[in-house]
Design a protein around this ligand. Structure first.
Ligand SMILES: Cc1cc2nc3c(=O)[nH]c(=O)nc-3n(C[C@H](O)[C@H](O)[C@H](O)COP(=O)(O)OP(=O)(O)OC[C@H]3O[C@@H](n4cnc5c(N)ncnc54)[C@H](O)[C@@H]3O)c2cc1C
Length: 407
């Protein structure tokens, strides 16, 4: 068949099947998919966004405990895990936290800064999702919800079959997120489609997730459940200083969530329960005191912690009578609490997915797949995972923007 005949044949079959034509199809109506769509549509592109959920941006709606920590002023490559730590630099540099602040400010959302650099929506997370939905609507994006993505074919143009409809576009963007929080629609479709296009997927694993302990350590955590304190937690050469929360199953809280992204099965996790304040120094300062060691420690630690970590015989000894051996034992217990978690609380509790589509096969500037021109991958689906504190959404916006202005 001649090229002309083949083209005519294609157009006729497309027409017969009721194929809807767009400039770009975006799979996934989450943070990255919507942000990409509205920037492309503002430039006059016809864009369809497909999602199987009944609402857009479901994860954004629950983010930041309902307050949406939508960016972080300190965002940079150092706050991301990836097999290629340089990959995120280009997109992050071209759409900065201040660009994101300006975008949301334009639509009536300001920010409140919590811990250093962490910006939360002053209108709540639902409003952030609302702005994304409204701006897509105003720019003419076709947001197609409750669509099961049946098949994706072609290598440009791409065809997508969904709920009896067929869509076709020269550009396809995978914005399907990772596997964390299946309760709000996360699935492994993004990884499966990436593999279908011949891409490697770095093994996904739960990140920013509570750690589960077993045996005596689990019993200890259970007794302490609900207690929080500032700690320094380390694993695999990474240390985070922030709060730890004891849970019925193990340990959580921001410091533990951060370290969990670096934790692999069987790795030990080291906890310093008194970071920045050595027990030896505390004892030295109170050497002449007849106060019980327990009482002196209580000035630095929550009361419930002590009987769990300091033997009664040591706690009830006056500081002035503490032996070097007892002091050493206390220092080890408080500064070097080592546990080997039996696992994590899994996808249902993980705020992000570590691993994902291998960045080695994409351009860091266009997020286009080198061997499949017209195919782009953005957001959490990629092997780019941020620390806690607004970095993951900043990556979603920045990677989406890099593609949205290209489509
Ligand atoms: C509880 C929680 C709180 C969080 N809080 C914060 C925070 O405050 N700050 C921050 O920076 N990050 C936060 N994150 C992480 C952040 O929300 C994500 O990194 C970000 O939403 C990723 O955007 P995305 O567009 O790549 O993926 P998503 O937002 O997950 O969007 C993917 C979309 O694809 C759709 N989809 C998936 N599978 C299919 C399928 N089979 N068929 C059709 N559609 C499908 C989903 O329905 C979804 O709409 C939080 C995450 C969780 C779980």
């Amino acid at each position: 068949m001649s090229l002309r005949l083949r083209l005519e044949h294609c157009c006729v079959s497309a027409y017969n099947r009721g194929m809807q034509q767009y400039d770009a199809i975006i799979l996934g109506a989450g943070a990255s998919g919507l942000y990409c769509a509205l920037h492309a549509a503002r430039r006059g592109r016809s864009v369809a966004v497909l999602d199987h959920g009944p609402k857009v941006a479901r994860k954004v709606r629950i983010s930041g405990g309902g307050r949406c920590n939508f960016t972080n002023l300190e965002c940079g490559a150092g706050h991301f895990l990836s097999e290629n730590p340089h990959f995120c630099k280009s997109a992050l540099a071209r759409h900065t936290p201040w660009d994101v602040v300006a975008f949301f400010a334009e639509h009536g959302i300001g920010y409140e800064e919590k811990a250093a650099g962490q910006l939360f929506s002053d209108q709540g997370a639902g409003r952030v999702a609302g702005v994304l939905a409204e701006q897509c609507h105003r720019s003419g994006v076709a947001v197609l919800l409750e669509r099961e993505i049946g098949s994706v074919s072609g290598t440009g143009p791409f065809q997508v079959e969904t709920n009896g409809e067929s869509l076709e576009a020269p550009k396809l963007v995978l914005a399907l997120g990772g596997r964390s929080w299946p309760q709000v629609g996360a699935s492994d479709l993004g990884y499966r489609l990436a593999r279908q296009f011949g891409l490697n997927v770095v093994k996904p694993r739960p990140g920013l997730v509570p750690l589960v302990l077993s045996g005596k350590e689990a019993e200890r955590c259970n007794r302490l459940a609900g207690t929080a304190l500032p700690v320094a937690v380390s694993t695999n050469g990474q240390t985070f200083t922030d709060d730890l929360l004891f849970t019925h199953k193990g340990i959580s809280g921001p410091a533990v969530l951060q370290v969990s992204s670096y934790w692999q099965s069987n790795d030990p996790v080291l906890v310093d329960l008194m970071p920045g304040r050595r027990v030896e120094v505390l004892v030295e300062e109170n050497r002449r005191s007849n106060a019980l060691f327990r009482k002196v420690l209580q000035s630095c630690l929550p009361k419930r912690i002590l009987p769990e970590f300091i033997p009664k015989s040591i706690g009830e000894t006056p500081v002035s009578q503490l032996s070097n051996k007892q002091l050493q034992q206390a220092a080890d217990a408080l500064h070097r609490w080592e546990v080997i978690p039996s696992g994590t609380e899994g996808w249902k509790k993980a705020e992000v997915s570590c691993g994902g589509v291998d960045t080695a096969e994409l351009s860091s500037k266009t997020l286009e797949v080198n061997k499949v021109p017209g195919l782009h991958v953005i957001g959490e689906l990629l092997d780019v995972t941020g620390h806690l504190g607004g970095h993951n959404l900043q990556w979603a916006w920045a990677s989406a923007h890099a593609v949205g202005v290209l489509l």
